[in-house]
Design a binder for this molecule. Sequence first.
Ligand SMILES: Nc1ncnc2c1ncn2[C@@H]1O[C@H](COP(=O)(O)OP(=O)(O)OP(=O)(O)O)[C@@H](O)[C@H]1O
Ligand SMILES: [Mg+2]
Length: 252
Amino acid sequence: MGTKSKVWVVKFGGSLLSDDTARRSFLKEAASVARKEPLVLVHGGGPEINAALDKMGIVSSWVKGRRVTDDAAMGVVEGVLSGTVNKKLVGELNALGVRAVGVSGRDGGLLKAKPVPDLGRVGEPDKADPNLILVLLKAGYLPVLSSVAAGRDGGALNVNADEAASALAVALKARRLVYMTDVAGVLDAAKKTIPVIRVGDVQRWIDDGVITGGMIPKVMSCRNALKKGVAEINIINGRAGLSKRIGTQLLP
Ligand SMILES: Nc1ncnc2c1ncn2[C@@H]1O[C@H](COP(=O)(O)OP(=O)(O)OP(=O)(O)O)[C@@H](O)[C@H]1O
Ligand SMILES: [Mg+2]
């Protein structure tokens, strides 16, 4: 794969995982894309992590939308993301007749992160080595990446799945980056979809309090990916599907 890569990176939000209908129809679409084009899936798992931590009586605190993650919580996060959630998606894709392979950012040096101060095992992706993904794609596999990265010591760091998808898309020189989430793209103050956002306007939407919470890492990581050459980026309603792309396009 040269510099004009045809790779798609598609991030499937944890917010959609428990919606069986949405998940099944997305995986069907993903399988059919993967038969024609090189495709990499990245997934989150926020609600699943919450449920697992609750069950164990681990209470999380949050700083600016990030979960403070101590070693015990990190064990749960990694078990859920790289274990339960990742293998569920891989299993369902394989049942659809594609050859899916689950990996995390800790495998093959895929995703390195630097720790965010005071948040424990939380990191921000700062280096990606796409070689393992390229090897898998070339051999006809569909890579499915969970958003756990390696710290400098090789230990697990909890990274936002949107940031993981963007870092990987940049490293792969992806043609297209799509975020599938539980809303129809970026919504304005009246809750209507903003069809096109210029990255230069992103900060203003955040300052105005229109873009909050889980939408912030999405638009910020889009901004970063656009700046680094990923041309086509969409944040879309995951329930409407990958082909319709109902939502917001990000432009430079
Ligand atoms: N301006 C906005 N437009 C749309 N959604 C917004 C906006 N501001 C905040 N949000 C919130 O962002 C959420 C989507 O981000 P969230 O992190 O919850 O989902 P996800 O990234 O798809 O899942 P995960 O983080 O588990 O992978 C929406 O459900 C909505 O509540
Ligand atoms: Mg999110």
